[in-house]
Structure formats: C-alpha cells, structure tokens
Design a protein around this ligand. Structure first.
Ligand code: BG6
Ligand code: MG
Length: 222
C-alpha cells in the first residue's frame, strides 16, 4: 500500500448526522415530508444535488419544482448544515484517526481526500487537519458523484499513484462502490452487512490502524 484515499464525512469526523438532520429539516419545512431514519444510509456519500433529487423522488414531487427552486432548496439545506458544523474542533475527529494518520505518515503512505463534500476543505480546517493530507480531490471537478469511481480515481491521481496501489476508506454504501469500481482495496467503517462489498469492515474508526490497512491490502492482492 503506497497510498490511502479517504472519505471525510463519517470517516474522519461524524458529520453524517448533521447532513441528515439538515435534510430532515428541509424536507419537513419545504416539502412537508418526514424522512424515515433508514434514509440516512441511502444519502451517505451522495452529492448535495443528488441527495435532494432522491428526497424529491421519495416524496413523489420530483417534477413539481423548477431547477432554480431545486438549487435554492439545496442552498437552504447547506445553510442549516453550515450552522450545525460551526463549532467543529479537533475534539470532533473520530477515535483512532489521529493515530492512523501518524502511523501512515511513519510508513510514508501518501494520503488524499476523496470527499463528495464541497465543504470538505472548510471542515479539515476546523479539525486542524489541513496539513495532514497530501492532496484533496475536488468534487466540483469530477463528472460523476459516488457511487461512480471518479472522485476516488481523482484522489489517487492527485497523489500520483495507480488506484491498485491504494486503499480507499469509506462509511457509505455509495462510497464503497466508488472505491471498488476505481480498482482500489476498500476498508469500511459501519455495518458489515450493509457494506459487504468492502474488503474489510470494522464497526468503529477506533479499529483503524496501519497494520489493518496493510493486511487488508496484501490479502486482496494475493
Ligand atoms: C458527503 C456526505 O460526504 O458529501 C453527503 O456523505 C453529502 O451526505 C455530500 O450530501 C455533499 O456534501 P456537501 O457538503 O457538498 O453538501
Ligand atoms: Mg462518508
């Protein structure tokens, strides 16, 4: 393993809950729609506009809004989300992540970020992790969002590595699909059943380590 390409939301910090809370608020206020808790999994890793389209489809109102209205709703959701993450600090880095970063650096493994979030640089700044990554792939510059492989391919390219030399790290079903279709080994955090397409699934980020990633990589390349 020469490189590690990370998702952000739900892997480095627990912002997944804030995304879902913001979508739930928007759905309730603008669409008079209650999002079931099960929808959280479905929206993980999915871009802002694709998430809103899925919600509109779920509510059966996909054709009721103009593009401008859809854009305005997406912006409104982002407003709620930004308010929720205002107070993020280093203390909000998930367990095990700081140690993992230190171990990867010790082993000279390059690190890239492959988040679907346009807020990723601002979040890394709040977490004090801006300098930890060798590159940040820009989701605005890729043609297709997760589950397409584009953003993970961009992450590997940004650290000048072939995807086959990298491990991708995710918490989302869409993200694991993206990693696998990019030709990378996938380590996932969350529910083993939901994330079964990953090469390795652990229940918490506290289980992440250089050794786990390296073993998973070697096993997958046998
Ligand atoms: C992903 C989140 O990381 O980023 C999704 O898992 C989110 O829930 C997506 O929709 C886009 O984020 P943003 O910050 O650009 O709206
Ligand atoms: Mg995620």
């Amino acid at each position: 393993m020469k490189g590690c390409v990370f998702d952000l939301d739900g892997v480095i910090t627990d912002t997944a809950k804030f995304h879902f809370a913001a979508w739930s608020q928007l759905a309730k206020e603008k669409l008079n729609l209650e999002l079931p808790a099960s929808f959280e999994t479905e929206l993980k890793g999915v871009s802002r506009i694709d998430s809103l389209n899925r919600i509109l489809k779920f509510g059966g109102v996909k054709d009721d809004y103009t593009d401008e209205q859809v854009q305005a709703m997406a912006a409104e959701k982002n407003g709620y989300y930004l308010k929720a993450i205002e107070k993020l600090t280093r203390d909000d880095i998930l367990p095990g992540i700081n140690d993992l970063i230190a171990q990867l650096k010790e082993h000279h493994v390059l690190m890239a970020l492959a988040s679907a979030s346009k807020n990723a640089p601002a979040i890394l700044e709040k977490l004090g992790l801006m300098d930890a990554f060798d590159a940040i792939a820009d989701p605005a510059k890729v043609a297709h969002g997760k589950p397409a492989p584009d953003i993970f391919l961009a992450g590997a390219a940004a650290i000048n590595l072939d995807p086959s030399e990298c491990v991708g790290v995710e918490d989302a079903v869409a993200g694991v699909q993206s990693i696998k279709d990019a030709g990378m080994v996938a380590v996932a955090v969350g529910d083993a059943h939901e994330l079964a397409k990953a090469d390795k699934v652990v229940p918490t980020t506290a289980d992440f380590s250089y050794d786990l990633f390296e073993e998973t990589y070697e096993q997958a390349h046998k």
